[in-house]
Design a binder for this molecule. Structure first.
Ligand code: NAD
Ligand code: IPM
Ligand code: MN
Length: 365
């Protein structure tokens, strides 16, 4: 997997753990199991502190993101391992907005790195595509855009109601994510960066993206940079995913294109992500949500969470350990040790146990 390492690889790290809701509470313990196993096998130290933030606490105490949480995470932890948030009992999704979007914004985690990587050719719904054909880093702007919650209602509940949701784009915000995309390509020997927007319709916000992209690309002449409108990108990524190494786009389009990409590589059960600010406390979460339709059944796929834990280890600079988690998931796929979403019969915990054993053996003398 591409190098995301941004810290200097110290031997010990402190990780905050927020399992959240639904299957977040089922897959996160499996990722922890695997992280504990890899730390033990390599004699490194990982310290975990659990936080019960989520729908239960919100409904019980009215608290979503507790006061002082942001400063505590920023000052006392190297990284955050996150499950998922979302609960049918909270139809407004208020707690998820407060906690997840709150942490993305308040920790200024401006890079949402969502690698799309086909680990086994049998997993793609595309015809005749091999592993090497589907390998794309989707870099989603993560602190601005339509997600900032600027807007409001006018005459709410009447026949004349108006709802406004503003798309907020700063030059600084657009520039840093575009620059990160080029730097990511350069550091990882990737040849192509595609910026995607909808500047033909969003003539102010995405005009800014156009102008910034044209400026920044000039600093990276060795990289083949290209622009596609988001509708065309959605079509092209399905038609021929081999065209793409790095995709950089705004918050909302990145959300959508990363689910599309996840499905090209086997589905949401496998897709990892990192919410990153280089050099600062960053948050790692699978791309999937709390999946209320399967929560509590013990059948959620833990691969997404384990690959996410792998991204967290890369961020810490623990390259060999990160690679072991990645190999473990590949091997489990190869051996058909799978949960039902991938056609298997294994339980979430069985897959976690298997992966923990795999990584322990990987470092055995
Ligand atoms: P979802 O990702 O929870 O589920 C979509 C589909 O994929 C469901 O059929 C689900 O069963 C399946 N799926 C997802 N992850 C899986 C896994 N690990 N193993 C097996 N199957 C898996 O998306 P949704 O249903 O649109 O949303 C449910 C709730 O989650 C909502 O409240 C939503 O807002 C929230 N959500 C949260 C996050 C997050 O916390 N980062 C991300 C997406 C959605
Ligand atoms: C994701 C989710 C979130 C998002 C939701 C839960 C707000 O879909 O992490 O992809 O849109 O960013
Ligand atoms: Mn999403």
């Amino acid at each position: 997997m591409a190098n995301l390492s941004l810290r200097n690889g110290g031997a010990a790290a402190r990780i905050a753990v927020i399992p959240g809701d639904g299957i977040g509470k089922e897959v996160t313990p499996e990722a922890l199991k695997v992280l504990r196993a890899v730390a033990a096998a390599t004699k490194r130290s990982l310290e975990f502190v659990d936080f019960d933030w989520g729908a239960d606490k919100f409904l019980r105490e009215g608290v979503s993101l507790p006061a002082g949480a942001v400063e505590m995470l920023r000052d006392e932890f190297d990284a955050i391992l996150f499950g998922a948030l979302g609960d049918p009992r909270v139809p407004t999704n208020q707690h998820a907005a407060d906690i997840l979007l709150g942490l993305r914004f308040k920790l200024d985690l401006y890079v949402n790195a969502r690698p799309v990587e086909l680990l086994d050719e049998r997993l793609t719904p595309l015809r005749d595509r091999k592993e090497k054909d589907v390998r794309i880093m989707v870099l989603r702007e993560n602190t601005e855009g339509l997600y900032v919650g600027v807007g409001g209602f006018f005459k709410k509940g009447t026949a004349d109601e108006i709802a406004v949701q503003e798309d907020v784009n700063s030059r600084k915000g657009v520039e840093r994510i575009i620059r990160y995309a080029f730097e990511h390509a350069r550091k990882n020997g990737l040849k192509r960066v595609c910026m995607s927007d909808k500047s033909n319709a969003m003539t102010f916000a995405h005009d800014l993206w156009q102008r910034v992209f044209k400026e920044v690309r000039q600093e990276y002449p060795e990289i083949d940079s290209r622009h596609l409108y988001i509708d065309t990108l959605a079509m092209e990524i399905v038609r021929d995913p081999r065209q793409f190494d790095v995709i950089v786009t705004c918050n909302l389009f990145g959300d959508i294109i990363s689910d599309l990409g996840a499905q090209l590589a086997g589905g949401l059960g496998l897709a990892p992500s990192g919410n990153i600010h280089p050099g600062r406390t960053s948050l790692f979460e699978p791309v999937h949500g709390s999946a209320p339709n399967i929560a509590g059944k013990g059948i959620a796929n833990p691969f997404g969470s384990v690959l996410t834990a792998g991204m967290l280890l890369e961020f810490l600079g623990w390259k060999a350990e990160a690679a072991a988690l990645h190999s473990g998931v590949k091997e489990a796929l190869f051996k058909n040790y799978l949960t039902p979403d991938l056609g298997g019969i294994k339980k979430t915990t069985e897959v976690g146990d298997w992966l923990a054993e795999f990584v322990s053996k990987a470092f055995a003398p």
